[in-house]
Write a protein that binds this ligand. Structure first.
Ligand code: HEC
Length: 143
């Protein structure tokens, strides 16, 4: 029979590693696949809403796209760019997606024109750009 004091110590020893997982920073290998899948609605839409939808509102503005939460997916995925021969978002191929060139400032090399996006504003962070390219390379799902 284990003494109650020993059971208490065991409880503390188990609680410490569990607490580390709870905040998500020390996640074990087993959860990596799920954590790496970029959700369009949770990760990409908030960036577009904050940085793009101030100008790309109804689809009638220059660029002809609505990048609002409700309009963005249909305006981007498998849609022809008005400035280049590329698709705005080609599922599985970020390098051939015009939006990525517009965000990096390589639109001219990609056969397009105009300025880097967001227009007249600081570029997206490398983390934000990475989220968008990963989402495209994972198939640009409406997830
Ligand atoms: C201040 C207004 C403004 C903001 C903010 C803005 N854009 Fe634009 N966007 C424009 C204008 C104006 C054009 C057309 C002229 C140009 O391309 O330089 C354009 C064109 C585009 C095009 C070309 C569309 C096509 O079919 O070829 C893309 C793609 C684009 N924007 C994406 C974005 C994204 C993504 C964001 C947010 C990260 C963004 N824009 C933020 C004003 C804006």
């Amino acid at each position: 029979m284990m003494r109650p004091q020993l059971l208490g110590l065991l409880g503390i020893a188990l609680a410490i590693p569990l607490a580390q997982f709870a905040d998500g920073s020390e996640t074990p290998v087993a959860t990596t696949a799920a954590a790496d899948e970029v959700s369009f609605k949770k990760k990409v839409v908030p960036i577009l809403k904050r940085r793009c939808a101030v100008c790309h509102i109804t689809g009638n503005e220059p660029g002809n796209m609505a990048l609002t939460p409700n309009g963005a997916y249909d305006s981007l995925v498998n849609q022809d760019s008005v400035q280049s021969d590329l698709l705005r978002v080609k599922p599985g191929a970020a390098n051939e997606s015009y939006i990525v060139h517009k965000l990096k400032g390589s639109q001219a090399q990609a056969g397009g024109l105009g300025d880097r996006m967001p227009y007249m504003a600081p570029p997206l962070s490398s983390t934000q750009l990475q989220l968008i390219t990963t989402w495209i390379n994972q198939g640009a799902q409406n997830n």
